[in-house]
Ligand binder design. Sequence first.
Ligand SMILES: [Zn+2]
Length: 261
Amino acid sequence: MESIYRKAARMILNAHHVTAFTGAGISVESGIPPFRGEGGLWSKYDPIFLEINYFHTHPAESWKLIKEIFYDFFGKASPNEAHRVLAWMEQQGLLKAVITQNIDNLHQEAGSQTVYEFHGNSQKLVCTVCHREYRVQEVNLEQLPPTCPFCGGLLKPDFVFFGEPIPEPANSSSFREAEIADVFLLIGTSGEIMPASMIPQIAKSHGAKIIEVNLTPSNYTHQITDIFLRGKATEVMRKLKEAILELRGNVPEGQHTGEPQ
Ligand SMILES: [Zn+2]
């Protein structure tokens, strides 16, 4: 019987438009804890500091935690094998886009070109008054809250706070992907966060096949998933890459036998 990885690889190789959809689970192995669940950030921090109204009325208090979590701690994370396999798939012409709910910039750091950041990005700060943008490295975070060097306005991380809309064009691009993709590759997302969680459902209703990569079954598994690849994102994605290479008649990297094919 054909292995489940081979089946998934074949589905990807036969598709016209594969889109990946990633969540916190892909970055856990890069050392970034998820927000929800046991050991998640919300078990340690009160999420109120990420509410947009609280941020505007208590910028210094909000910024103290924002700096601690997103810049002192997350700032040191680097992409893992799962991010790199997605970048490789795009280079090989096997993947059209990554839609991510993560704000950690790790897909771009791994080399992915087309990334729709549904919840924004932590590596950019935006002025709440004049809307100028700054890379976080350009801004002094020793004095909180940080202010705009141009107008003195309050700077805000360019990710989505509670009470804020999903940014454009990431929002419409993500829903367009759901309409045109014939394979959706879900990685490390359990489908609990609205409205992002609707995107795979919409893809399915437009005829996409769903390949799911997760440690444990999710809201999607029994509802829309066609192939469930259970395990750590890095291990599953490495095996999936090997299966793609095998089907294409290539020997996976590091496994050259020296014998004629
Ligand atoms: Zn400004």
